[in-house]
Ligand binder design. Structure first.
Ligand code: AMP
Length: 479
């Protein structure tokens, strides 16, 4: 998973500050690396490992000149975590192109082979962005580009979308021509478009970002989500060209709303916080049906909060903060060993004894992946004197790995892939375990076609099961 932004202004002012602010707002989407490319006469670039505020110093901001630019925060799912894999990437033909993406390409071996066989291109890195970039560049090159036509860009996007399988939202600076955005044909990963108009001069700035939260404090109005298979091109006159290039059935990643996106973002016209409240309320029905009568609801901070508040509302019982989270401990999810993950969870969360003691607790987390967090949480609550612990997951059982950009471990590590709900309850030591059901989630999203492959194994992209095998083999080898 990654975060991307792109800005283009007619004002001639540098866009770098908006890019840095936008990336900072998207820091939750990736903390491994960050990068920015701007364009003025030539490309200007700075990328490096680490957080946005560590990578970009004043001297970089001063030299990242230009009224057009893109930025990226990286969460490694494909390719190594080395600096060489940090985005943006360039291609210098047929025009200078600089591109960022969020997602995962699934037919990478096939693309590598055909890029080599057909165009003698050998990508430099193991980052799948190169495959999208070079495929697009090769398609663009097939056109007679003596006269620049927007239709050539859209035709090349279409051919790229037909060839490159998987999930990707991309933003590209085309040197001296404009800013291009396109998504994969199913629109799995989000990208939203925003606009700001200078009140005095009427001059326009356009922005694109993985999540709308970037735009809020930069003063942009959100215009729209980019649709599956769509491309948007802003030319040098600030004219917006939009075209549906190669569209298949929409499959928006529901895990964005469940866990990944920030609560204050509006994605697919839905506020993430409100979606989580709805998920919590739905869980209330299941808890009542199971005959459970908790005294209070608490969350696993902080991604379980809105679902917990919805659940408390639906059960008519208080929500309380039951844990204090130490925000200075890294992410336990990506620690290399199980032992290390367990130690980090303990260090990260401390129960508030008086809230817990003697109570029947419904504790809500967004999801259970390996079961490490939930097992520790139950133990912490018991040690703090809980009378009973009911573990509640806002997501249905995760049985299948995500191959579209959310790092979720291999299937053998997914606890729900080889255990029943009763066995999982037993493993984590809970008195009861209640999951969201796939049918309830479907009912909540009757108006938006979603990808639920991690729950159902129904992968929307052609060839995904073959890709899954290759990805799992590679992940196993790298452990
Ligand atoms: P686990 O301990 O493996 O069951 O992980 C579950 C916890 O990890 C939950 O508290 C989630 O908030 C969090 N989580 C779920 N998916 C991811 C992900 N792809 N990356 C990082 N954290 C995640």
């Amino acid at each position: 998973m990654c975060g991307i932004v792109g800005f283009f202004t007619s004002k001639g002012e540098p866009v770098v500050r908006d890019i840095v602010s936008g990336l900072t707002a998207l820091q939750h989407r990736g903390q491994d690396a960050a990068g920015i490319v701007t364009f003025e006469d030539t490309f200007h670039i700075k990328k490096g490992l680490g957080l946005v505020n560590g990578v970009f110093k004043k001297k970089h901001i001063n030299r990242l000149k230009g009224n057009i630019g893109i930025g990226h925060v990286r969460y490694t799912t494909q390719g190594s975590g080395d600096a060489v894999n940090a985005q943006p990437f360039f291609a210098n033909y047929p025009f200078g192109l600089a591109m960022v993406h969020n997602g995962n390409v699934t037919n990478f071996h096939e693309l590598r082979t055909s890029l080599y066989d057909d165009y003698h291109i050998l990508p430099d890195t193991s980052n799948d962005l190169e495959l999208i970039l070079y495929t697009f560049a090769s398609e663009l090159r097939k056109h007679d580009l003596k006269e620049f036509r927007v239709s050539d860009i859209f035709d090349s996007v279409k051919a790229t979308q037909q060839k490159v399988k998987g999930a990707y939202s991309t933003i590209t600076v085309i040197a001296n021509k404009g800013l291009l955005v396109f998504t994969d044909s199913h629109g799995i990963r989000p990208v939203v478009m925003g606009r700001k108009t200078d009140e005095q001069t009427g001059e326009m700035t356009y922005g694109f970002a993985s999540e709308s939260t970037c735009f809020d404090y930069l003063g942009y109005e959100v215009i729209d989500d980019i649709k599956p298979g769509e491309a948007v091109f802003i030319d040098n006159n600030m004219t917006v060209h939009r075209q549906s290039c190669y569209q298949e059935e929409q499959a928006f990643c529901i895990f964005e709303h469940i866990y990944f996106a920030r609560e204050d973002s509006v994605i697919q016209k839905k506020l993430v916080a409100s979606e989580r409240v709805r998920m919590g309320k739905k869980l209330g029905e299941r808890i009542k049906a199971a005959g459970l009568t908790p005294d209070i609801v608490i969350d696993v901070p902080s991604s379980g909060y809105f679902a917990a508040s919805g659940l408390a509302e639906s059960l008519g019982i208080p929500y309380r903060r039951g844990f204090v989270k130490n925000n200075h401990i890294g992410r336990s999810f990506i620690a290399p060993t199980q032992k290390e993950r367990e130690r980090m969870v303990r260090q990260k969360l401390n129960p508030i004894g008086d809230v817990i003691k003697g109570k029947k607790i419904a504790v809500v987390d967004d999801s259970i992946v390996r079961g490490t967090t939930s097992k520790r949480i139950v133990k912490l609550l018991r040690n703090a004197g809980a009378e009973a612990v009911y573990f509640i997951s806002a997501a249905p059982p995760i049985k299948w790995p995500c191959i579209y950009g959310i790092d979720m471990a291999v299937s053998t590590e997914l606890i729900a892939s080889n255990k029943t709900v009763e066995q999982i309850a037993d493993f984590i030591g809970a008195d009861a375990l209640v999951y969201q059901t796939v049918d309830d989630l479907k009912a909540l999203y009757a108006d938006l076609p979603i990808c639920m492959a991690c729950f159902t194994g129904d992968y929307p992209v052609e060839g995904s099961l073959d890709a899954l095998k290759v990805i799992e083999d590679e992940r196993m080898k790298s452990r």
